[in-house]
Ligand binder design. Structure first.
Ligand code: PGA
Length: 260
């Protein structure tokens, strides 16, 4: 059975000190679950994506929980090494303990003008480097949604980002469907509309791709109020949570509601 993913994207928030305080509370709550075997049986995986500067500290803290809590970076660069001031490579995030990396987040695409082409190169770099599974973000903006163009738009994003793995065997991939209009706005997608898009993504990836373990997760204003409805849908394999992950109690509540 596929494990549900409950992922936290801290974005540009939290220093190491904040991270220590966060996990002091969060792990206390986790330890409150009867014992370790009780959450082993939950078929869920928690993923944390702190800023680059706190990857090592976070890894140190979650080390006793690595069968269940995994580390992700929020971004990565496509080149292996060299004169790329300010960038971080796949090898570097692996050395910090990352087994996932978010690629193509809409904030990278929109604020930092990262293209479909660069997103595709990053995905290729993750598979070439090995050991790091991409969390590939896709999703339409409000104008596109209003014109009902979301399927075609997401299909184009997937096609560009996954060009390098077409026709190749790939062990795993996470696609995060994150409609831009839902991110940080408090306006989450209706669960049925989410399910429709996730089903569409599954269908699209059935042809021409050979992905061992595919999981399609949803992101965009996920909270305690909507998690149960979203996670109840057959093609919604988990969630990527921004704002509501910043408070340990609220993220724990989301996790508990998702796995109960
Ligand atoms: P949000 O962010 O939960 O604050 O909407 C989600 C994301 O950008 O991954």
């Amino acid at each position: 059975m596929k494990k549900k993913i409950i992922a936290a994207n801290f974005k540009m928030n939290k220093t190491d000190e904040d991270i220590k305080k966060y996990f002091a509370v969060f792990l206390d709550l986790i330890n409150g679950l009867k014992n370790k075997t009780s959450y082993d049986g939950l078929d869920a995986e928690l993923i944390f994506a702190p800023p680059f500067t706190s990857l090592l500290e976070t890894h140190k803290i979650i080390e006793p929980y690595l069968d269940f809590i995994k580390l992700s970076s929020q971004n990565v660069y496509s080149e292996k090494s060299g004169a790329y001031t300010g960038e971080i490579s796949i090898d570097m995030i692996k050395a910090c303990g990352c087994v996932y990396t978010i690629i193509g987040h809409s904030e990278r695409r929109n604020i930092f003008k990262e293209s479909d082409e660069l997103t595709g190169k990053k995905v290729e770099a993750a598979y070439t480097g090995g050991g790091v599974t991409p969390i590939l973000c896709v999703g339409e903006n409000l104008d596109i949604r209003k014109q009902n163009g979301q399927e075609r738009f997401v299909e184009n994003q997937l096609s560009a980002a996954l060009n390098s793995i077409k026709g190749r065997n790939t062990s795993s991939l996470i696609v995060a469907y994150e409609p831009v209009w839902a991110i940080g706005t408090g306006m989450s997608i209706k669960a049925d509309d989410g399910e429709a898009m996730h089903g569409f993504i599954y269908d699209y990836l059935k042809t021409g791709f050979s992905i061992g373990e595919l999981r399609v997760i949803y992101g965009g204003s996920v909270t305690e109020a909507n998690i149960e409805e979203l996670i109840g849908k057959p093609h919604i394999d988990g969630v990527l949570v921004g704002g509501a992950s910043l408070d340990p109690q609220s993220f724990y509540n989301i996790f508990k509601l998702a796995v109960k």
